[in-house]
Design a binder for this molecule. Structure first.
Ligand SMILES: [Zn+2]
Length: 498
């Protein structure tokens, strides 16, 4: 009888815990929805009809974008990035000089975008193109709270580069490929070019509806969710819709195999070459574990889809909303595939959901992605392995770099970095070392609390170093400003963390 009573009590307590947990989760979901609905009222809305011509390595696009002025004044001009123009001449392509042969293993050919038509509210309009920047001079200033629809018609020529934008033997990597609205913030318009070091992008979230017409033998992985796929003549049309995302990228090829699995409400799909199934499955596994873990640790991933795509890409991995590019060379024996997949998945939080100016403050997404990866290793493999990964992937490479170089500060604009080594040492390694030191000082639990707060406050926005510090201060009641800036701006040899 006593036992029975105890069992009944236990069931009641468990039910109460489960229902209060689901209540908290429902509340969190509703909170996220409210934030996103608010942003959707004024965010840019892109619609694109794309025709893909793989034989000619080009795409034709009809694009509209609805822009609402939600700034504090009139806008007399609008700026868009035309990133494909960075690939016009071999001398100026956005790859460091020493890497250009690797970037173009099949030889160089130009990539670019040609604007054929540009209308503002159905009227032809004056515009100027300066390499990767398009300036549109509006006839009537766009007043606060008003909308305008721009229509573009353009052709994009895809270069044979194994970078974010280009094609190789197996895949077409179509990223940073369309006219994307530049960011206008308290500093004005951000008109940065396509730097050859770092991820030189800064954008705001928007909504995308993209229809891609492609030959039937092509498989497409893209940002957003596939709404439908239908035949049109001898072609397939793939229609994608996104939630609030800060870019739209797609990868396509004829020999990609696909496997999928779910993590909560998100479907994860791994795309890989047919002869790499074992690694394609591993990538899927790592992505699933990472998504589960980060969902729990930082906050819920709100999207339905996440794609991990093996591609002809020589720079490691690269993050886009709902999609990450993983260099196909990682689909081979060794431990690197897991590290890269987890790092890129962490970017879904730090870059994707919480954006930042990757030109001015790259540490915010890169150091946080590295730190998140270390958390993952510690969680799944234990403290000892976590420490080993930290030493081998972060601390020792940093110390090695210091042996023959004087590392510069973490906080520098991309134009100040000499090469990828300089950038990785400061932004990835030293940035992550700082976060590990911070964890040691404030405690892992408190840092987690601060990151959850930072995530919640900056969801779908662009965060700054100041926002990060605000989160630390909020959860600890201590001012961390000097501590963080000492780390970010210091030039000295690192001795404090071992
Ligand atoms: Zn990264």
């Amino acid at each position: 009888m006593q036992k029975r009573k105890f069992a009944i009590c236990l069931v009641i307590v468990l039910l109460a815990i489960i229902s209060s947990l689901s209540f908290i989760q429902r509340n969190k979901r509703e909170e996220m929805q409210k934030i996103s609905q608010n942003i959707m009222k004024t965010c840019p809305r892109y619609e694109m009809d794309v025709t893909f011509h793989p034989e000619e390595k080009k795409i034709d696009v009809f694009q509209t974008i609805e822009i609402t002025n939600d700034k504090e004044k009139e806008l007399k001009e609008l700026y868009f990035h035309l990133y494909p123009n960075a690939f016009k001449t071999f001398d100026q392509v956005p790859f460091p000089r020493g890497e250009r042969e690797r970037a173009y293993p099949e030889g160089f050919a130009p990539g670019y975008i040609t604007l054929k038509k540009l209308l503002v509210e159905s009227r032809q309009i004056n515009f100027e193109i300066d390499d990767t920047l398009l300036k549109i001079i509006l006839e009537e200033p766009l007043k606060l709270g008003k909308k305008q629809v721009l229509t573009f018609e353009y052709e994009v020529v895809i270069p044979p580069s194994h970078g974010r934008f280009g094609c190789g033997q197996n895949t077409f990597n179509i990223a940073n490929w369309y006219p994307i609205l530049a960011v206008y913030d308290e500093k004005g318009w951000h008109k940065d070019p396509y730097y050859s070091v770092g991820d030189p992008f800064y954008s705001e979230v928007g909504l995308y509806e993209v229809h891609i017409k492609a030959p039937k033998d092509y498989t497409i992985a893209a940002s957003g969710s596939l709404q439908k796929k239908y035949e049109e003549g001898d072609q397939d049309v793939w229609s994608f819709n996104t939630g609030l995302v800060r870019d739209f990228a797609w990868i396509t090829g004829t020999s990609l195999d696909v496997k999928e699995v779910s993590a909560g409400k998100t479907r994860i799909t791994s795309y890989y070459p047919k002869d790499k199934e074992v690694y394609g499955m591993q990538a899927l596994d790592h992505a699933q574990n990472a998504l589960f873990f980060f969902n729990d640790y930082f906050g819920q991933y709100p999207y339905d889809e996440y794609c991990v795509v093996a591609s002809d890409f020589y720079i490691g991995g690269m993050e886009y909303p709902n999609l990450v590019i993983i260099g196909v060379d990682f689909y081979s024996p060794g431990e690197f595939l897991e590290y890269v997949v987890v790092h890129e998945t962490a970017h879904q939080w730090w870059y994707g959901l919480v954006g930042n100016n990757q030109i001015e403050e790259a540490w915010l997404d890169e150091a946080l992605a590295e730190y998140s990866t270390l958390l993952y290793y510690e969680y799944f493999y234990g403290r000892k392995t976590g420490q080993k990964v930290y030493e081998e992937a972060i601390f020792n490479p940093y110390k090695l770099y210091e042996v023959s170089n004087t590392p510069g500060p973490i906080l520098r604009p991309l134009s100040d970095f000499t090469d990828w080594k300089d950038y990785s040492a400061a932004v990835y390694y030293k940035g992550a070392i700082m976060l590990m030191d911070l964890e040691g000082r404030m405690g892992k639990g408190k840092l987690q609390e601060a990151l959850c707060y930072y995530f919640k406050k900056s969801l779908y926005k662009n965060a700054t170093t100041a926002d990060f510090i605000k989160a630390l201060n909020h959860v600890t009641g201590v001012d961390w400003t000097d501590y963080i800036y000492n780390w970010l701006e210091c030039n000295e040899i690192l001795e404090k963390v071992a």
